[in-house]
Design a protein around this ligand. Structure first.
Ligand code: 9MR
Length: 581
C-alpha cells in the first residue's frame, strides 16, 4: 500500500495568519538548498527564498527541507508555494481563517447528543435524526438501565450525554475530560485577555437552547454534565456517591447503525474510583461556572462533587477491568493519582477549602511538569493532572503567591518543551513521543499540547507560545507527511471517512460524511497490531506519522471522539481570537 501524498510541498492548507509564523516542508532527495517562490492566486510572485535542508524526518522517514515565508503579511486566498518544480495546495493568508472552526468544532457535540432529536434547522437535513436511546423500539434505551449481572440491584435513568465516538457507548472518564475542556473553553473567556465570549454565547452556536440567556457553550456542556450526574450511585446503596464507569451495549454493533436503530441491551458497568473523580472534578467546575445562570444547578453540582470526592477517598483503588470490553471500550486506568489531583484542584478552586489544598500539596504530582504533562504524551483521558494545573494557573483561587508561581512554572516549563519541539521537528509539530510512538488519537495529543502552549501564551503574553500553537495548527491542516488535513471540511485534502456509525457514507452512500469540524484520531503507530482490519493489511511497517488511513473501517486511526474534538474546540477558539487580536 502506497499512500497518495500529493504534492511534496507541504503547507497549512487552511492558511496562515498575517501576523503569524509561516513555515512549510518540502519532501526532496536534494541535499543542497533549493529556491522557493510564494505566488498569489493570479500567479504573481510575492516572495522567494531558499529552503533549509533538514535531513531525514524520523516520524516519516522522508528526506525534507523546510522553508519560511514569515515576513509576508499580504492577505488573500489562493496562494501557493512552488519549489523543486512542484506546487503546494492553495492556502489563504487572512486574520479570520479560523472563524467557522470555532462553531463547527462545537457543533460536533450537539450532533452526537444522545436522547434528543437532532434538528434539521440547526444542522441541515442530511444530519438530522430522531433521538437515540430513549427506549423507543428497537432501542432498549438509557431511561431505565440495569447493571451488568451481579453488579447492582437497581436501575438508573442515564439518558442524555454525548455518544463517545463512532460507537454509542457513554464512558464517564472520557466524558469527563471532554466536558472539562468545553468548560475550559468558556472559562478562558473569563480569565484571558482578548478571549472572545460572544461567539460562544446565547444564539451563537448550533444548540437548541437559544434564547435562555445561558451561553450556548454552557448549554452544550450541561447536556453531558446532566448525564454524568445521573451516573452517580444513589444514596442508600453500598457504594453510594461512587460513579458508574460506563453504560453501553451488551454486544458490539456494526457499521452503519443510526443511534435510534441500535437494538442492543444497555448495561451499567461497575463504579470506579476514576469515574468518581471525573464527576468530582467536572461537577466542581460546573458549580462555579453555572452559578450566575442557574444557582440550583450549581448547588446540585457542588453537592455531587463533594459527595463524589468523599466516596473516592473511601474507595481509592476501585479500577475498571481490562476484560470488560464487550460492546464498548474498557477505559481501564490503574493509576488514579492524576484524577485525585485534578479533582482536588477543581474543588479547591471552587470552594477554597483547606482539605483540597492539602490534597494538592501532598500529592506526589504537585509542581511536577512531567507528572502533569508527561513527555511521552501529555494530557489525555487517562492522564488528567494537567487539567487541574491549568485551572489552578488561570482561574482565581486561594493559593498563596508562592504556590501559584509553582503551578504556573509547571505550565511554562511544559510549554517551553512543546515550543522547542515545533522548532526542532521538521514538520513543526508540538508532539514528540519517545520512539515516535504516535498513540491512538495522536491528533488529540497534539491539540492537548497546543492547549498548554495557548495557556502559556495567555499567562505570559509571549508571542513564541502563540507561534508554537500556530505551527501545531499547520501540522493538523496539512503540513505533515501525508499532506492530510485531519479536520473535515478544512483545507484541500481533508479526512472525510472517519469511523462513525451514522456518518458512514463510505458504508452506505445514503448516509452523510462527517460534518465540517470533525477531527480524525490520526496516526497511530500501533494500529497495524490493534485489531483494526484496514490498518493490519495496509499499514504494516508504517512510519509513525504515516500510520493513518482515511477509511471508515480504520477505527484505530480514523475514529472521531468527544475527547478529541474537545481540545479542537478549545484551540479553535484560541486561534480565532489570535487572528482577531
Ligand atoms: O481513546 C481510547 C484509546 O486511548 C485506547 O487506546 C483505545 C483502545 O482501548 O480506545 C480508545 O477509546 C475508544 C473507546 O474504547 C470506544 N469508543 C471509541 C474510542 C476511540 O477510539
Amino acid at each position: 500500500y502506497e499512500p497518495d501524498t500529493g504534492s511534496p510541498v507541504r503547507v497549512n492548507q487552511v492558511g496562515y495568519l498575517p501576523q503569524g509564523p509561516k513555515t512549510g516542508t518540502l519532501v526532496t532527495d536534494a541535499t543542497d538548498p533549493l529556491p522557493w517562490t510564494l505566488k498569489s492566486a493570479d500567479g504573481a510572485a510575492v516572495a522567494s527564498g531558499t529552503t533549509v535542508p533538514g535531513g531525514e524526518d524520523p516520524t516519516s522517514r522522508q528526506n525534507v527541507h523546510t522553508f519560511d515565508f514569515g515576513a509576508v503579511t499580504d492577505t488573500g486566498d489562493g496562494f501557493t508555494i512552488e519549489a523543486d518544480g512542484q506546487v503546494s495546495e492553495p492556502f489563504s493568508i487572512r486574520a479570520d481563517l479560523y472563524d467557522s472552526l470555532r462553531s463547527d468544532s462545537l457543533a460536533y457535540f450537539y450532533q452526537n447528543r444522545s436522547g434528543i432529536e437532532i434538528d434539521a434547522d440547526l444542522v441541515g437535513e442530511e444530519y438530522a435524526r430522531p433521538a437515540g436511546h430513549l427506549g423507543v423500539a428497537p432501542n432498549k434505551g438509557d431511561t431505565d438501565v440495569p447493571c451488568q449481572p451481579g453488579v447492582c440491584d437497581y436501575r438508573l435513568d442515564v439518558r442524555g450525554g454525548w455518544y463517545d465516538a463512532g460507537d454509542h457507548g457513554k464512558y464517564v472518564v472520557n466524558g469527563g475530560i471532554a466536558v472539562a475542556e468545553l468548560m475550559d473553553t468558556y472559562e478562558r473567556t473569563l480569565t484571558a485577555d482578548g478571549a472572545e465570549s460572544a461567539e460562544l454565547g446565547d444564539g451563537a452556536l448550533r444548540v437548541p437552547e437559544h434564547g435562555n440567556d445561558v451561553p450556548d457553550i454552557l448549554d452544550e456542556a450541561r447536556w453531558e454534565l446532566d448525564f454524568l450526574l445521573r451516573m452517580q450511585v444513589p444514596a442508600g446503596n453500598p457504594l453510594a456517591g461512587m460513579v458508574h464507569h460506563k453504560v453501553h451495549d451488551a454486544n458490539w454493533t456494526g457499521l452503519p447503525m443510526r443511534p435510534e436503530l441500535d437494538p442492543e441491551q444497555r448495561e451499567l458497568h461497575p463504579p470506579t474510583t476514576a469515574a468518581t473523580l471525573n464527576l468530582a472534578a467536572t461537577a466542581a467546575q460546573c458549580a462555579r461556572l453555572y452559578e450566575p445562570f442557574d444557582a440550583d444547578f450549581a448547588a446540585q453540582c457542588r453537592t455531587a462533587a463533594e459527595t463524589a470526592w468523599a466516596a473516592a477517598k473511601a474507595h481509592p483503588a476501585v479500577y475498571a477491568s481490562p476484560a470488560d470490553g464487550v460492546g464498548g471500550g474498557t477505559y481501564e486506568d490503574n493509576d488514579v493519582s492524576d484524577e485525585f489531583y485534578w479533582a482536588a484542584a477543581e474543588l479547591f478552586t471552587t470552594t477554597g477549602k483547606d482539605t483540597y489544598r492539602q490534597a494538592l500539596l501532598e500529592s506526589p504530582l504537585h509542581a511536577d511538569p512531567d507528572a502533569a504533562f508527561p513527555a511521552d504524551g501529555g494530557m489525555w483521558w487517562g492522564g488528567t493532572a494537567g487539567l487541574g494545573v491549568l485551572t489552578l494557573a488561570t482561574v482565581p483561587n486561594d493559593l498563596t503567591a508562592d504556590q501559584l508561581a509553582d503551578v504556573r512554572a509547571v505550565v511554562t516549563t511544559a510549554a517551553d518543551r512543546y515550543k522547542q519541539q515545533t522548532e526542532d521537528q521538521l514538520y513543526g509539530v508540538p508532539y514528540a513521543p519517545e520512539g515516535q510512538n504516535y498513540t491512538w488519537g495522536s491528533n488529540s495529543q497534539v491539540l492537548n499540547n497546543m492547549i498548554v502552549l495557548a495557556t502559556a501564551a495567555d499567562l505570559t503574553g509571549e508571542a513564541g507560545y502563540r507561534d508554537a500553537v500556530l505551527r501545531g495548527a499547520d501540522y493538523l491542516f496539512g503540513r505533515n507527511p501525508l499532506n492530510q488535513s485531519y479536520v473535515t471540511g478544512y483545507g484541500e485534502r481533508f479526512s472525510q471517512n472517519q469511523h462513525h456509525r451514522f456518518w458512514a457514507h463510505q458504508s452506505d452512500p445514503a448516509l452523510p460524511h462527517p460534518p465540517a469540524g470533525s477531527l480524525a484520531g490520526g496516526p497511530n503507530l500501533t494500529a497495524p497490531t490493534s485489531g483494526d482490519p484496514e490498518a493490519a493489511t495496509k499499514l504494516k511497517g508504517c512510519a509513525a506519522a504515516m500510520c493513518y488511513l482515511d477509511d471508515n473501517g480504520s477505527y484505530a486511526t480514523n475514529e472521531v471522539a468527544i475527547n478529541w474534538n474537545a481540545p479542537l474546540a478549545f484551540v479553535a477558539s484560541y486561534l480565532d481570537d489570535a487572528g482577531d487580536g
